[in-house]
Design a protein around this ligand. Sequence first.
Ligand SMILES: Cc1cc2nc3c(=O)[nH]c(=O)nc-3n(C[C@H](O)[C@H](O)[C@H](O)COP(=O)(O)OP(=O)(O)OC[C@H]3O[C@@H](n4cnc5c(N)ncnc54)[C@H](O)[C@@H]3O)c2cc1C
Length: 326
Amino acid sequence: MHRRLASTRVIRYHGVVNRLREIFQRINIEGAIEFDYPLAPLTTFQVGGPAAVFAEPHTVSEMQIVLQTALSESVPYFILGGGANILVSDKGVPALVISTAGLSSVTRDGDDLSFGTGLSMSRATEIAAGYGLGGIEFLYSMPGTVGGAVWMNARCYGGSISDSLVSVNYFDETGEAQVYEMSASDFAYKRSPFQNRACVMLQARFRLVPTEPKALHLRMQEYHADREAKGHFRAPSAGSVFKNNHDFGAPSGKLIDSLGLRGLRVGGAQISPEHANIIINTGTATAEDIRTLIESVRDSVQQRLGLELEREVLYVGDWNGKHEVV
Ligand SMILES: Cc1cc2nc3c(=O)[nH]c(=O)nc-3n(C[C@H](O)[C@H](O)[C@H](O)COP(=O)(O)OP(=O)(O)OC[C@H]3O[C@@H](n4cnc5c(N)ncnc54)[C@H](O)[C@@H]3O)c2cc1C
C-alpha cells in the first residue's frame, strides 16, 4: 500500500516536471533554467529534495520574463534567497523555484546604498563599510541575502534591518514593477509587509550613516567572533527555529531548555547542544527528521508549559501531498 502511494506520488511529480519543462524550455534567458534541480546545497540545513524547475535570472528583466511566464501559466513559484530560514521537504518542490542570486547590483546615492536582493547580507555590510557607511554592520555574518533579511525583518544585536530601510523595488503578484516606501508601522519583530505575499523584491535601499571604516570592520569582526563562539557555524542549521514572544517571560531557547530538551535527537537531527532554539543537521538528517523534531519541541512546550511557540523556520515544498509556502 505504502509502495503504491509512493509510486503514485513519483508519477505525479514527474508529470509536474514534464509540464513545467515544456513551459520553461521555451523561455530564453542568459541565466540558468534547470529541471529536477537539487536544492539541498542551496539551503543552510543542507537537506531536502529537488525543484521541479529552478530558475536563476541574471537581471531584473530576466526576472520579469520568468515571473511573467509563471503567472501566465499559473505555475506556483517560490523565491529562494540564501536558503537560511527554510526547510525544504525531502520530496522537493513540485513547482518553480526562482533564485535571486543573480540580483547583486550595488548603487550609491549620497549616504544611501541600494543592494540587489540576492546579494549576501554579509557582502552588503562589507560594501557599506568599504564606503565608510554604517547602520547595517550588525547583520555581518548572518547567513542569507538582503531580500531574505528584509522579508523576515532580520534582527540581531539590538538592531533590525528595517531600522535603516528606505524603500524596496519589487514585482507584485501581477508582475508589475512597484516601489514600497518605508513605513515603520508596517514592520515589527520578525514581521514585514512582504510576508504572505507572492511578490519578488528586487532592490532594497538603505539610509546609512558616515562612520569610520576601521570602526565598522572592528565591530563586524566582533559580531562574527560572537557567532563563532556560539557555535553558529559548527553544523548546518537555519538559526533560531522559533520566534521569541515577550509575553512568555523568557526567550524560546530558555523555555525549551527548561524542559531539558537540549541535545534531543530524531534521526540525524538534534537540538543544538549549544543553543536550545537551534536544530542542527548532525550530517545524516533528513528534512523529515528535522520537521519531526521541530513539531515535537513545539508540542512539548505546548503540553508542559501551555505556551504556543511560533515557528520562524519556513516549511517549503511537498510534505506528504500538503504543499507549504508553495
Ligand atoms: C547560523 C544562522 C544564524 C542566524 N542568525 C540569525 C539572526 O541572528 N537573526 C535573524 O533574524 N535570523 C537569523 N538567521 C536566519 C536567517 O539568516 C535569516 O532569516 C535570513 O534573513 C534569511 O535570508 P535568506 O536569504 O536565506 O532567505 P530564505 O531562507 O531563502 O527565504 C526566507 C523567506 O524570504 C523570502 N525571500 C527571500 N528573498 C526574497 C526576495 N528577493 N523577494 C521576495 N521574497 C524573498 C523567501 O521566499 C522566504 O519566504 C540565522 C540563520 C543561520 C543559519
